[in-house]
Design a protein around this ligand. Structure first.
Ligand code: C5P
Length: 211
């Protein structure tokens, strides 16, 4: 069983994907980490994430380890959203993600284009979202919990900019698959969101979300 979980930054998709993997006993890949690893490698090499050449160089020499805590930083997130707009970077990361999705027994993957590009034939597709204000508040709480001094307005601006870049790019933009189930977590606790996601995944095949 392949489960695709897509959605914008700080929507809760990562937490939900992890919980689905645990519930169904499946391996999980947070594909954002791949783009973050490319972004961070560009920064560490003193390059420019907006440059296709610098980003491609990093994508082609990506190490397989995705457990560097630096990948979770805001700088890595911003660099990820810049490198991910280069079609060559997406192409370089495609096989690794497809192989993960197609492993025997199935898998859970979360990202922006899992249901549309990486695993269009996934058994269950969820598009997890929440309002920008709710997502900014969650990201703020998370960063404050990490001991960082952040301001809600700045985090909200960053989330809006990231949404705009992820949705407007021509290469695999953030877009809900026609056959995905929409899960808006704005007014749900983590526990409620996970329960709703499990119910949706168990209730497949979905009727199209815009029916
Ligand atoms: O999900 P996360 O916030 O870690 O992703 C970081 C960035 O990587 C996103 O803003 C997006 O630009 C990019 N990304 C992507 N496709 C994916 C996963 C992440 O373009 N499948």
């Amino acid at each position: 069983m392949i489960i695709a979980v897509d959605g914008p930054a700080a929507s809760g998709k990562g937490t939900i994907a992890k919980a689905l993997a645990h519930h169904f006993g499946l391996p999980h890949l947070d594909t954002g980490l791949l783009y973050r690893a490319v972004g961070l490698a560009v920064l560490e090499a003193g390059g420019d994430p907006a440059s296709a050449e610098d980003a491609l160089q990093a994508a082609h020499h990506l190490s397989s380890a995705l457990d560097d805590p630096g990948l979770k930083s805001e700088a890595a997130g911003k660099a990820a959203s810049l490198v991910s707009a280069h079609p060559g970077v997406r192409a370089a990361l495609l096989d690794r993600q497809k192989r993960f999705a197609e492993q025997p027994g199935g898998a859970v993957l979360d990202g922006r284009d899992i249901g549309t590009v990486i695993a269009p034939h996934a058994d269950a597709k969820l598009f997890v979202t929440a309002s920008p204000d709710v997502r900014a508040q969650r990201r703020c709480d998370e960063l404050i919990g990490m001991g960082l001094d952040v301001h809600l307005a700045a985090v909200l601006n960053d989330i809006r900019a990231r949404d705009e870049r992820d949705s407007a790019r021509s290469a695999a933009p953030l877009k809900m698959a026609d056959d995905a189930a929409l899960l808006d977590t704005s007014h749900l606790s983590i526990k409620e969101a996970i329960a709703a996601a499990i119910a949706l995944a168990e209730d497949r095949p979905f009727t199209a979300a815009n029916d």
